[in-house]
Design a binder for this molecule. Structure first.
Ligand SMILES: [Mg+2]
Length: 189
């Protein structure tokens, strides 16, 4: 039987930040650089409101960006390789309304996965991970608080190193990585 791993979607499989900043530009007229996104929630680190963020989201839904996202470099090929050795769960905080489109996108691109979970608002990813049918041997994420709580539960966690997840804190089981190549090195060797 294959070992299990779990991965995030936005920022890890799909390159969501540039899309999100483009939609924020369209609804606010304000241009922001990736380096300015120093927190996971854009309204907490940029001079925009939660309403602006909600409007950006609405427009993204309306224009169905979820079926035409770009991939993080190496994500597609790496997941296909990993799928030969591991059963993959995808755990996303995307709104549940995007479920059908998200699944279409993953299937169209032949991304191997056992099951996709949509987080309930207020829940952490560890809540889903604790209820999975099997223990996972690794978790891949780009949001610091999600990654931290999973790592602190003894699961080896790979955190993509981005402007919005910087910390000085040393967290056991948390491995900061630059890209999918490093995930493969750790998991396939
Ligand atoms: Mg993410």
């Amino acid at each position: 039987m294959k070992e299990f791993i779990a991965t995030d979607l936005d920022g890890v499989i799909t390159d969501t930040d540039p899309v999100f900043r483009e939609y924020i530009r369209r609804v606010t007229g304000k241009n922001f650089k990736r380096e300015q996104v120093t927190q996971y929630f854009y309204e907490k680190c940029l001079p925009i409101s939660k309403e602006d963020v909600d409007r950006a989201y609405e427009l993204m839904n309306k224009e169905n960006v979820w079926e035409k996202m770009s991939f993080v470099e190496g994500a597609k090929e790496s997941l296909k390789k990993l799928g030969k050795n591991f059963a993959i769960f995808i755990i996303t905080a995307r709104p549940k309304e995007t479920k059908e489109k998200t699944i279409n996108f993953l299937k169209k691109n032949e991304i191997p996965f056992e099951k996709i979970f949509f987080l309930k608002e207020g829940d952490g990813k560890i809540d889903i991970i604790k209820n999975l049918p099997a223990r996972i041997s690794a978790f891949i994420e780009d949001r610091l608080d999600f990654a931290k709580s999973v790592a602190l539960n003894g699961i080896r966690t790979f955190l993509f190193d981005y402007p919005w997840n910087k910390t000085e804190e040393k967290i056991p089981n948390l491995i900061r990585i630059k890209g999918w190549g490093e995930v493969l090195t750790h998991l396939l060797n």
